[in-house]
Design a protein. Structure first.
Ligand code: SF4
Ligand code: FES
Ligand code: FES
Lengths: 207, 808
């Protein structure tokens, strides 16, 4: 008996069907488990273990290696500020401090309302557009401390259901690595990456 | 198997021939060069994690450093295990490993037998440049009821995690928080409750995993050691007994190809606490005026012998009987057999407790599978009790065959078993419906199984999967397997560790020592040493008990047996022992069956006597003594010899070794077997019959069976590893691990009954009823109620499969 919604279960079946061995599906299913409860709970990991026919200890072994599997309650918006070398040289730490200060949430923590989680992360592959920030893994490049404050205020006020990289880049970003070309219409609906098969993609209502 | 191809390798300048494809670390070891290692284990796949085994091999581009545990040998390979570069590497690795290691050897169980300690001394730099702060953890954390973990000692070799995944199949421990913070751990609140957890303690190369029952109890160099074979497992895994000041402190597994590969179930590993229990019987007791009083051996023997003699003179040997003998040595069993036949003049003797296959089937030498045959099999059929619960060594062997050696595994059982995840085909049937499934199989209704039977090498492990089907089903299964696969080898299974030895010594109403049937020829052959013995087949355990109830059997000798708790239908034993005129018990403890006996004689137990034992495949091994028996306890054979002498019959049993010699003389299957050969040339034992003597030519035949009951719910009662048997009752570390009074139901059946997980339900059969905690479990099919046998606080339900379940 699964504790997941029928929709999630259907996705789990589809994901598992893609692999020759059930256990290979453990990573996407961990995201599914996160999307069910907002973060990865013990029950969620046990459920993944049942689907993949591995023990919860084996699930945890995978989940505890990757920082993107959040095993603690995470806010609706996960603000990830890069402080690796390139971003650091271009003021990434100042951006992080601005976010912490504006939101009142120290990195590694979540506010009481469950709205914002702040973390600093290692290189997110946007060095050309440093300093970089992600909201629910949607990227914004060339962020200044001031823009970062605006970003936090906007999240608190507008509380968009879906966050979209292009939209936030236009509002709060600066210089980008390069022109990404195609604009992305959809975005993430929670503190996990937007993946079509996981159902964590939201479409922008605006256009 | 064909001889493996050999290749030439040069190790440290010495050329040798080694099997092609062998891992360098193993090949070097076999040639006498030890390459230090932590993460490599010869029974597990290599991972190359610790880097301790670095050696240099010559390549066209000059010497190259490789890990010997992941490099197969190749022809012409030139290896240096002692070069300056290798030494530098070894020192570096040890310096790294010790960077975070607490070096708390003086307070660590492993100190003195620790591979890290030993190899740091032999290959380490002696000094560390690491001055920073070491990792520290809360310590120790219990990861199960039996195993404690001190994470800061761990060197992350993954032996424990690989064991639990590859060997025992219950990976409840894994590396967590990999990276800088890697540690071994369980899932929160989900303990490492594996039946094989103790093996990780033994193979952990540091003191990170320790066993609760042993922790802080000894230093390895203070231990006295002797090799023996465990009697807590029907395969008789080889063990080393470690004792200090006459107290057994632990058993460790001994690696041998024949049986256990070094592994032990936790029951076999920790099942020694009962031996030092203060509840052991230590002096002879005789009932006087309703009370048991301590008496001298002379008086006790005198009392027992007089009464047996009296009954014998009044009603003959048929009025006397012996039950038991399946838990001791072959020498004890032989003594019981001879005592019954010669002193009592009775064939009423049985080591089985009404829960076993036919004696001739269990003792047949024809097409008998050995444990090693499991490795070679193309198809393995297991229609038997859950091996994981009752035959743990066989479980590991079958698991490995299916997982590593490519065997097709067919498992047939009324519910989920420990092997299901490795089974190619699993068939489930309702308890009592075994014969219907057998018919289907005979008709080829399960083509995938028929196909599996068509393989060349088929091994079938057959036993009583459910008492609802009775013991004949297993024989019919064997007959079917032989019909489908003419060359199939059979392994008939039975619980109680030395049943096979006992039957080989004639502890069945229709058997004589040496796999000889009780018939005129058998009796005539034995006459030279035993004199005249009764030629009529005696009573089996059930008939003995019925005879006691009716008064036809007047006197009973119980040897290490507790029929009230061990019989599938305990009421028979309860009534019989209530009605029994005279009962003499020889045992380690008082139990429900002997509590009211007239004479109770204290017996020595495992590790308190020497002798031989015979396992499930007919392998005879030596068991050894390391401690004296407590108080005045004596061996079964010595007690019986004294009683016989007092009855005026000389059994001529003077020493255990003397009995082994006598066995070798009188029993064809055991001819030539000596202690010397078992102690020196055949430490892993010898499979009998030695000279192919096939005294019992029993060929299983298909028998007609019953139909599955049509009741809505059927009862499946099965033994589990930890029950309420008297030895476990006095082994505190293990006793609490039993499931207790639980009844499993399929979640689908719960709503109609109104049963909820964890709530109390009432289970009623024609033979008994009781309250059980309900466990909802997908492994139990709908329509089946599964109740573990003989649990603390559980009432007995008997073996009638018709069952009713209510919520109050
Ligand atoms: S606990 Fe022991 S066996 Fe397990 S990884 Fe650590 S050192 Fe190896
Ligand atoms: S360092 Fe920040 S994105 Fe690479
Ligand atoms: S023994 Fe070879 S790497 Fe560990």
């Amino acid at each position: 008996m699964s504790r997941w919604s029928e929709g999630t279960q259907e996705r789990a079946r589809q994901i598992i069907a893609r692999y020759p061995e059930k256990r290979s599906a453990v990573m996407p299913l961990l995201y599914l488990a996160m999307s069910e409860e907002g973060y990865l709970t013990g029950d969620g990991m046990e459920e993944v273990g049942r689907w993949c026919e591995i023990t919860p200890a084996q699930v945890l072994s995978v989940a505890s290696f990757y920082t993107m599997y959040k095993r603690e309650r995470t806010g609706q918006y996960l603000v990830s500020c890069c402080t690796s070398i390139t971003c650091m040289l271009l003021g990434g730490d100042d951006v992080l401090h601005a976010v912490e200060d504006e939101s009142g949430v120290p990195h590694g923590e979540t506010d009481d309302d469950g709205l914002l989680s702040v973390e600093h992360v290692e290189c997110i592959g946007a060095c050309g557009g440093a300093p970089a920030v992600q909201i629910n893994y949607e990227l914004i490049e060339g962020v200044s401390p001031e823009k970062a404050r605006q970003l936090v205020r906007w999240l608190k006020k507008a509380r968009p259901d879906v966050v979209n990289s292009d939209e936030m880049q236009a509002l709060f970003g600066g210089r980008t690595s390069f022109d990404w070309g195609i604009s992305e219409k959809s975005g993430a609906i929670g503190p996990y990456p937007a993946f079509q098969p996981l159902g964590t993609v939201g479409s922008e209502a605006a256009d | 198997m064909s001889e493996a191809k050999l290749v030439t390798v040069t190790i440290n300048g010495v050329e040798s021939q080694v099997p092609a494809g062998e891992l360098l670390i193993k090949a070097a070891q076999d040639e006498g060069t030890y390459i230090p290692r932590f993460c490599w284990h010869q029974r597990m796949s290599p991972v190359g994690m610790c880097r301790m085994c670095l050696v240099e091999i010559e390549t066209p581009r000059g010497p190259m450093m490789v890990t010997a545990c992941t490099s197969p040998v190749s022809d012409g390979m030139v290896v240096d295990t002692e070069s300056e570069e290798v030494k530098k590497a070894q020192e570096a690795i040890l310096e790294f490993l010790l960077a975070n290691h607490p070096l708390d050897c003086p307070v660590c169980d492993k100190g003195g037998e620790c591979p890290l300690q030993d190899q740091a001394l032999a290959y380490g730099p002696g000094e560390s440049r690491f001055v920073e702060i070491k990792r520290s953890f809360e310590k120790p954390i219990p990861i199960s009821e039996l195993v404690l973990l001190d994470r800061e000692r761990c060197i992350l070799c993954a032996l424990c995690t690989r064991f639990s995944e590859e060997i025992s199949g219950d990976p409840l421990i894994e590396f967590q928080h990999r990276g800088n913070t890697t540690e071994v751990n369980t899932f929160p609140d989900l303990p490492f409750s594996s039946y094989f957890s103790g093996n990780t303690v033994q193979i952990c190369p540091v003191g990170a995993l320790t066993a609760k029952p042993y922790r802080f109890r000894a230093r390895p160099w203070d231990l006295q050691k002797v090799e023996s074979s465990s009697l807590q497992d029907t395969a008789h895994p080889r063990i080393e007994i470690h004792a200090s000041q006459n107290e057994i402190l632990r058993y460790t597994g001994v690696d041998n190809d024949a049986t256990n590969h070094g592994w032990l179930s936790d029951k076999a590993r920790f099942g020694y606490e009962y031996l030092r229990s203060d509840q052991r019987l230590t002096s002879p007791l005789v009932r006087r005026g309703g009370e048991l009083v301590e008496v001298s051996w002379t008086e006790a023997i005198d009392t027992a012998a007089n009464r047996l003699d009296l009954i014998k003179s009044e009603d003959g040997g048929e009025a006397l009987a012996v039950i038991g003998g399946a838990q001791g040595t072959n020498e004890d069993a032989y003594a019981i057999s001879k005592f019954a036949r010669v002193a009592l003049g009775s064939n009423n003797v049985d080591a089985r407790l009404d829960d076993a296959l036919a004696s001739h089937f269990l003792s047949a030498s024809v097409d008998r599978a050995t444990i090693a045959d499991i490795d070679d099999a193309d198809t393995i059929v297991v229609w038997a009790p859950d091996l994981k619960e009752e035959h743990p060594t066989l479980y590991l062997r079958v698991r490995r065959a299916a997982q590593e050696l490519g065997a097709t595994l067919v498992v047939i059982h009324p519910r989920a078993t420990g092997l299901d995840d490795r089974a190619s085909h699993k068939l489930t049937y309702r308890p009592g419906g075994g014969y219907e499934l057998l018919d289907e199989l005979a008709n080829g209704d399960h083509p995938e199984v028929s196909q599996a039977f068509a393989a060349e090498k088929v091994v079938a492990l057959v036993g009583i999967a459910s008492h609802a089907d009775g013991p004949q089903l297993a024989e019919s299964v064997a007959a079917l397997v032989r019909r489908k696969a003419v060359h199939a080898k059979l392994m008939p299974l039975n619980s109680r560790a030395n049943t096979y030895g006992a039957l080989d010594m004639g502890l069945a109403p229709d058997l004589l020592p040496g796999r000889v049937g009780l018939d005129t020829i058998g009796c005539a052959n034995l006459a030279a040493s035993w004199g005249d013995i009764p030629a009529v087949i005696g009573r089996d355990t059930r008939q003995i008990l019925q005879g006691l109830d009716s008064g036809e059997v007047r006197g009973l000798v119980l040897v290490g047996a507790d029929p009230i708790n061990d019989l599938p239908e305990p009421s028979i034993a309860v009534d019989a022992l209530d009605a029994a005129e005279y009962v003499i018990a020889i045992d380690l403890f008082l139990n429900d069956s002997n509590r009211n006996a007239d004479v109770i004689l204290p017996a020595s137990g495992f590790s308190e006597k020497e002798g031989t034992v015979t396992n499930v495949e007919g392998r005879v091994q030596k068991v050894n003594q390391i401690r004296p028996a407590p108080g005045q306890a004596r061996t079964d054979w010595a007690i019986l010899d004294d009683i016989a002498t007092r009855m005026g019959v000389s059994l001529g049993l003077a020493s255990a070794e003397g009995i082994t010699k006598e066995i070798a003389t009188v029993s064809p299957a055991y001819e030539d077997l000596t202690w010397d050969s078992l102690e020196w040339d055949h430490r892993d034992g010898i499979v009998v019959p030695i000279h192919g003597a096939q005294a019992i030519n029993h060929i299983p035949v298909a028998l007609q069976g019953s139909k599955a009951p049509t009741a809505k719910l059927t009862l499946h009662v099965a033994r589990v590893m930890y029950d309420n048997g008297v030895r476990l009752q006095h082994s505190p570390s293990l006793h609490k691990l039993g499931p207790g009074a639980v009844a499993h139901l399929n979640p689908g059946d719960a709503p109609s009954i109104g049963a909820r997980d964890g709530h109390t339900i009432k289970v009623v059969t024609t033979r008994g009823e009781g309250e059980f905690t309900c466990v909802l479990d997908e492994g139990t099919p709908t329509g089946v109620v599964y109740v573990p046998f003989n649990q603390q606080g559980a009432s007995s339900l008997g073996s009638d499969p018709v069952v009713r379940v209510t919520t109050s």
